[in-house]
Design a protein. Structure first.
Length: 131
């Protein structure tokens, strides 16, 4: 299965509309599912609903940072931790499952730094869960 990940649901519909003219590329019928659209050739298109992950709170790195103190600033961890946002667990689960089941993952996000970041964070999130 090939999974395409776009930034927002509206971009998913745009992608379907754009490549629908080539029936051999994306055959019908399309089937709307929870958080994704399955297409006729068993491929799937899904979306990130904006940022699914955010940076961890400072106390996730060290319990000393739970209470804010001037001497702790700046807090610059060697490796930044990403945490799921409270508002997006359902779509995050959908995307993790699609990434896990995909033979090929297609980045169909916005061609800018922010769009790249959204899809890259999703790929990283799925890899962390699978590891």
């Amino acid at each position: 299965m090939r999974s395409c990940v776009v930034r927002l649901g509206a971009r998913c519909r745009d992608l379907l509309w754009t490549i629908n003219c080539c029936a051999d590329v994306l055959p019908k019928p399309h089937r709307q599912a929870d958080g994704c659209i399955h297409v006729g050739n068993c491929d799937c298109i899904s979306w990130c609903v904006g940022h699914l992950l955010g940076h961890a709170e400072p106390d996730a790195y060290d319990s000393l940072f739970k209470q804010w103190r001037l001497e702790h600033v700046p807090i610059v961890p060697e490796i930044w931790q990403l945490m799921p946002k409270a508002s997006t667990p359902k779509q995050l689960t959908v995307l993790r499952n699609l990434v896990k089941d995909a033979d090929q993952l297609v980045h169909a996000g916005d061609p800018d730094r922010e769009g790249q970041l959204l899809v890259d964070h999703q790929k990283l999130s799925a890899e962390l869960v699978l590891a």
